[in-house]
Write a protein that binds this ligand. Structure first.
Ligand code: NAD
Length: 325
């Protein structure tokens, strides 16, 4: 049995990990709190640690985990910006992740957010439930014929682009590592970053958070976008400078913002904070803006994605039995 401490566990993690093939060879120790240097002691006796997007595996945390006998950090997500890879290498800790589980889940949520925000379906839903059947203030725009700029054409960005093509949008894309054959098949045109910002009615982010992409959308780059632009971020919160986003919403430069991720989401997203005071003023402003729609990092949350995450994570952990990785 491989003792595995699972941090930031939710009911669906427990359910899907427990029933994955081979899961019976793992002694799962589900913890509801997040991993950090302060909570690392909870992995005492475990050879593997399983973590998600809001866990913080920084140097201090890894230095606390290594002497406990932990050999492997199994991320049950694709992004790995929350792990200090250099420290992990120095400490001899192996890192595994789930590079692609269901890109469709995230791409479809991206499009769902845009449709909801643009056609004001969330507001209409509430209005009708109050027996208010009026339509004032619910005017949206046709997606057909609009220019959608996809930043990052990896697994998720490509599927999002294809869905937008299905709506009859003109899809343009920017990626330092383009996929020209795919683009030719789907009639997607690669342009440079600044051209994409200037030409797009909708900008959708599908790139990783790296030192080079931190605050990719900031005061300067947002000022290059079209007035009235809709921005969607289902990738990582720190790709957008929140203060600049709020200023551009206030001035009316940005027409709408849909976020599944937020710069300071750690400790907020994935938690039930109802009835508590929210101490994040920028998030409060965003939540109260009718042109903003927020979901709490749920783009991945489909049956197919959770099954695949559990399957690959279990396989990754079981590699320890063979002395890998
Ligand atoms: P991927 O690795 O398949 O693709 C990322 C693409 O971004 C690559 O083609 C890469 O070349 C490109 N890229 C790198 N730097 C860039 C830059 N400066 N400008 C433009 N493009 C750049 O990743 P993916 O599976 O498509 O996932 C994309 C992101 O989505 C992940 O990094 C992750 O942060 C996020 N994600 C979010 C959720 C969620 O639930 N919200 C779930 C899974 C993934």
């Amino acid at each position: 049995m491989i003792e595995t401490a699972v941090f930031d566990t939710k009911s669906y993690d427990r359910e899907y990990l427990s029933r994955a093939a081979g899961a019976e060879r793992i002694a799962w120790r589900f913890q509801e709190f997040r991993l950090s240097a302060e909570t690392a002691y909870a992995a005492t006796g475990a050879r593997a640690v399983c973590l998600f997007v809001n866990d913080r595996a920084d140097r201090a945390c890894l230095e606390a985990l290594a002497p406990l006998g932990v050999r492997l950090l199994a991320l049950r997500c694709a992004g790995y910006n929350n792990v200090d890879l250099t420290a992990a290498r120095l400490l001899g800790l192996a890192i595994v992740r789930v590079p692609a589980y269901s890109p469709h889940a995230v791409a479809e949520h991206t499009v769902g957010l845009l449709l909801t925000l643009n056609r004001k379906i969330h507001r209409a839903y509430n209005r009708v439930r109050e027996m208010n059947f009026s339509l004032g203030g619910l005017v949206g725009f046709d997606l057909h014929g609009k220019t959608v700029g996809i930043i990052g054409t990896g697994n998720i960005g490509r599927i999002a682009a294809q869905i937008f093509c299905g709506f009859g949008c003109e899809v343009i894309a920017y990626d330092p590592f383009p996929a020209p054959e795919w683009a030719a098949v789907h009639n997607v045109r690669y342009v440079d970053f600044h051209t994409l910002l200037a030409a797009s009615d909708v900008v959708s982010l599908h790139l990783p958070l790296l030192p080079a992409t931190f605050h990719l959308l900031n005061e300067e780059t947002i000022s290059r976008t079209k007035r009235g632009v809709f921005i969607i971020n289902t990738s990582r919160g720190k790709l957008i400078e929140t203060g600049a986003l709020i200023a551009a919403l206030k001035s009316g430069h940005i027409g709408g913002v849909a976020l599944d991720v937020y710069e300071e989401q750690e400790g907020i997203f994935l938690e039930d904070l109802s009835g508590q005071v929210l101490h994040d003023d920028e998030l409060s402003l965003l939540l109260n803006d009718p042109n903003v729609l927020i979901t709490a990092h749920q783009a991945f949350l489909t049956h197919e994605a959770l099954s695949e995450i559990a399957r690959v994570t279990t396989e990754n952990i079981l590699k320890l039995e063979k002395g890998e990785p």
